[in-house]
Write a protein that binds this ligand. Structure first.
Ligand SMILES: NC(=O)c1ccc[n+]([C@@H]2O[C@H](COP(=O)([O-])OP(=O)(O)OC[C@H]3O[C@@H](n4cnc5c(N)ncnc54)[C@H](OP(=O)(O)O)[C@@H]3O)[C@@H](O)[C@H]2O)c1
Length: 265
């Protein structure tokens, strides 16, 4: 039996836990959560029937797999607190933006098994994309365990450790860009007279359908865009206005801003 200890019972912990429990991949009895916020722990215990503790040390003592789900800025205090309890039989999985496996290993014993995963919040609907990379001393068994765990939330891709922050600027932050796009489309629809609920539904389904088209056809997004862009038509007029407004350049800038921020963490 494997016990999963989550340190930090916030939004990402809940997204991961909910997907794993819903799929029956893990049992509530095999989970222990720790957090400094006892109100949050009570809420999680009531909702998911898992054990909760306010001591991170107790969670680590009981856990075989330790999921570090605190904010990056809380890493130093948490790792300092638990470092003597992490032996080579445990697997530490960090989901923090901007924290390399090397930085986590620097707190722990030389033989600690450290894995880094960047999931995203669509994990809540089993549609996450998680990038995974490994520290120096991770066994094959631990790699398979982590991949198995996160594949319950959606897709998993192995990436080079040094590219994790770059990937995270698209995957972890990406849902926010998408929501802004849908919101803008809906607002634009309202501006030209559409009912808000209808505009939001049309915008959402169009984005989801277009995403599926990229995945299912395997075509380059530009090829798919060409397919809906007839000469002298409405789409090309809209694309011209988007390019004129710096759409593509804004996205380049947004990703670079996210990466800069990740590096500061
Ligand atoms: N949100 C995303 O889309 C996303 C995607 C991928 C990865 N991540 C990563 O996932 C991690 C968690 O993010 P989140 O959005 O779930 O954050 P969150 O909702 O703020 O959850 C973090 C939890 O940890 C608690 N905490 C703070 N200090 C602690 C300590 N010393 N010991 C135990 N618990 C402590 C916080 O309590 P208080 O609220 O009382 O401080 C909070 O309940 C971050 O490292 C983030 O980079 C997030």
């Amino acid at each position: 039996m494997t016990t999963y200890a989550f340190i930090g019972a916030g939004k990402m912990c809940e997204a991961i836990l909910k997907a794993l429990l819903q799929k029956g991949y893990i049992d509530p009895f095999d989970v222990i959560l720790s957090d400094i916020n006892s109100g949050r722990l009570e809420e999680m215990s009531e909702k998911y029937k898992v054990r909760v503790v306010t001591s991170n040390r107790t969670a680590v003592q009981e856990g075989d797999v330790i999921v570090l789900a605190v904010k990056p800025q809380n890493h130093p205090e948490v790792l300092t607190e638990i470092k003597d309890l992490v032996d080579s039989n445990k697997v530490v999985i960090s989901i923090a933006m901007g924290k390399s496996t090397e930085s986590i290993e620097s707190y722990l014993a030389d033989d600690a098994q450290v894995i880094r995963v960047m999931p995203n919040t669509p994990a809540l609907v089993a549609a996450s994309i998680s990038s995974i990379s490994y520290g120096k001393k991770v066994s094959m068994e631990a790699k398979e365990l982590a991949k198995g765990l996160f594949s319950q939330l959606g897709e998993v891709v192995e990436v080079e450790e040094k590219m994790q922050d770059e990937v995270g600027t698209i995957s972890s932050c990406g849902p926010a860009y998408f929501y802004l796009m849908v919101e803008s489309l809906a607002d634009a629809g309202v501006r030209i007279g559409l009912d808000r609920a209808l505009a939001t539904k049309i915008a959402t389904e169009t984005m989801i359908g277009s995403g599926l088209m990229i995945r299912e056809t395997g075509l380059h997004p530009a090829q798919l865009r060409d397919m809906v862009t007839s000469p002298g038509g409405t789409t090309i007029a809209a694309l011209e206005a988007l390019e004129d407004g710096g759409f593509r350049a804004s996205i380049y800038k947004a990703i670079q801003a996210a990466l800069k921020r990740a590096r500061e963490m």
